[in-house]
Every structure is written in C-alpha cells, then in structure tokens.
Design a protein around this ligand. Structure first.
Ligand code: GFB
Length: 305
C-alpha cells in the first residue's frame, strides 16, 4: 500500500509517519512544504507521476490556535483554499484507491449544549474565532463530497476534535492550547515565577485526542469501505482549560498560581463531538489525557528547548 501523506511535518502528519512503522504493508511517501510546494499544481502533478501513490491522507493545511486564527483570517482562508483546490484537482485526475481528507471540529456551528453530530454541519452560524479557517475546510470537504458523487471517488472527510501530542508546534502565540500552556508553565517554572497568566477565563471545555491515537484510527479507516463522506473523530475526553493547565502544572512540577487574564477570549465554551458513527466502525482504546500530556511534555523537554 503506497500511501502519500502530505503535511508530514505537522502534528498529524508526523504522527502518521511514526505510526506507519507498525504496519509492514504500508509504504509511506511523506511530503512537507520543504519538499513539495502544494501551492504549485504542476509540481504536484510531477510528484504523482513519479511516485504513483495508491492512497492519500491529506493533512497539509495552515493551522493554528485561537490567536492565529483571529490575527491572520485572510491567510487562513486563502492559503487553505489554494492547497485544497490543488489537491482536489489531483484527486480528480489520479486514480487513488482511497483518500482521507483531514478537516477539523471547527467546521461545525457553535453548539455547546450537546455533542456535535455530522448532520449539524451548516445548520447554524459558525464560531466567530475560527470562521475563516472553517469556511476553507467546509469548502474542502464539500468539494471532496461532490467529487465522490460525480466521479465515484472513494473519499472520507474526517473531522477530528482538538489534537495534541509530541510533534506539536510549541513555543509561540500561534500554537494550540496544550503546547502553548506546556511552554508557558515550563518557562514559569525555570524562571522561578510565582504565577503564570493564561488567556480567556479557563472555563471553556475542549475535547482532546492524542495524535498517535488519531494516526492509528486513520490507518484503520484507510482500508475500510465506508459509505458516507463525513466522520467525526473524538476521544470523549473533555476538560476545562483550567483542568488542563492544572494537569500540566503537576507534571511539569510548577507550584505557582495559574491566572486567567481574559485576553484573546475563550472561543466556544464547548465543542465536543458525537462519535456514534465512528463507534459503529471501530472500537478504540484511547490514550488517557494524563499519559498523553506526559508524552507531550517529555517530547517538549527533549526536543523543543
Ligand atoms: O487550541 P486553541 O487555541 O483553539 O484553544 P480552539 C483556545 C482555548 O484555550 C481558548 C484558551 O479558550 C483560550 O482562551 N487558552 C488559554 C489558550 N491560554 C492559551 C494559550 O496560551 N494559547 C492558546 N492557543 N489558547 C481550535 C482552532 O480552536 O480548534 C483550530 O483554532 C482547530 O483551528 C482546533 O479547529 C480543533 O480550541 O478554540
């Protein structure tokens, strides 16, 4: 099985490359922006001709946390649309046995009273803080859905919840919440600070899935005949931002105070996914958050300092 994994330098892409080592029959062809520019359709066509991949897991995207999405709205909608439209063109013209397109739970409307189901897509207004990225990802999933309908392509659009894990992007304002809090709390500890200031109120809840779990689930799905186009991938592990910060604090060994300065905002108060469709296809033993956080912090201490 020759599987092209693009976005291979990102959190999900790197986790897929790592997880692929456990599958003998998989020949993974990883690409990242330094070796294949997805803004250049001709370069992609040359890559396809040369490597003849049979499967594609499309991870490449411009991604980031709540601050990045609010400070670069044009870049998020523009760059993600260009990347996706090039990949959609290539999937239309090249005969992949199956394609998995990575989306995100932020494509769904702002629903915090219940778990979000696939059928909630486009039913209500989007979450403000990442609406531009969401619109680009909705365009992608709908274009892939149309490609499947009109040309009979085998394409699955997966919408994971918040992903975290070792190969995350630490160290800056554009990071997602878990790597950002790991960096801030570790810095506070080594600088002997009495307190650390985080954004928002700490009250919002987020559902988190460990990146290696997501990678394993994607490989399980790659070869399955699935007769619908949209699938949520969650873990059922939902915590408040404050609870996450406390767990990170105790693993890092920071005894100072955790304060929330209400800067940047909370974003949605909840965005937990309904995974009843996924549970019908596979059952999975998810990595517990404490263990996943420990792996992520260990990786950070060994590699990102
Ligand atoms: O991962 P995150 O940035 O984005 O989490 P979303 C934001 C939540 O964490 C907000 C709080 O409630 C923030 O107030 N927070 C506290 C922080 N301190 C920090 C910090 O230092 N950094 C960050 N980043 N957050 C993401 C989308 O939304 O959901 C992605 O931005 C993707 O595109 C992902 O869709 C699934 O969880 O709000």
């Amino acid at each position: 099985m020759k599987v092209w994994i693009n976005g291979a330098n990102g959190l999900v892409g790197k986790s897929l490359v790592e997880a692929s080592k456990n599958y003998k029959r998989l020949e993974v062809i990883p690409t990242s922006r330094k070796d294949l520019d997805l803004f250049d359709l001709n370069k992609i066509k040359i890559f396809i001709k040369k490597n003849k991949p049979e499967y594609l897991i499309h991870c490449a995207a411009k991604v980031g946390g709540i601050f990045a999405n609010q400070s670069q709205p044009f870049d998020y909608i523009y760059e993600n649309n260009i990347i996706q439209n090039n990949i959609i063109t290539v999937v239309k013209n090249h005969n992949f046995k199956s394609v998995i397109n990575l989306g995100s739970s932020c494509v769904y409307p702002r629903i915090d009273k219940k778990k979000i189901h696939e059928k909630d897509l486009l039913m209500k207004p989007l979450e403000e803080t990442n609406q531009f990225y969401a619109i680009a990802k909705i365009n992608g999933l709908k274009s892939f859905e149309a490609l499947s309908k009109q040309y009979g392509k085998n394409i699955l659009n997966v919408m994971p919840t918040n992903v975290y894990g070792p190969y995350d992007h630490f160290n800056d304002k554009n990071s997602h919440v878990i790597p950002a809090i790991i960096t801030k709390i570790y810095d506070a500890k080594i600088n002997g600070e009495e307190e650390v200031k985080l954004w928002g109120t700490g009250k919002p809840k987020r559902e988190f899935i460990y990146s290696m779990d997501l990678a394993r689930i994607l490989f399980k799905l790659l070869n399955k005949k699935i007769n619908y186009s949209l699938l949520n991938i969650g873990s059922g592990q939902e915590l408040t931002i404050k609870e996450i910060a406390k767990k990170i604090s105790s693993i890092v060994g920071f005894n100072g105070k955790i304060l929330f300065n209400n800067e940047i905002g909370d974003g949605p108060m909840r965005k937990r996914l309904n995974i009843s469709k996924l549970n019908k296809i596979i059952n999975f033993n998810y990595t517990k958050i404490d263990k996943g956080l420990r792996f992520s912090i260990d990786y950070y201490l060994k590699n990102s300092l």
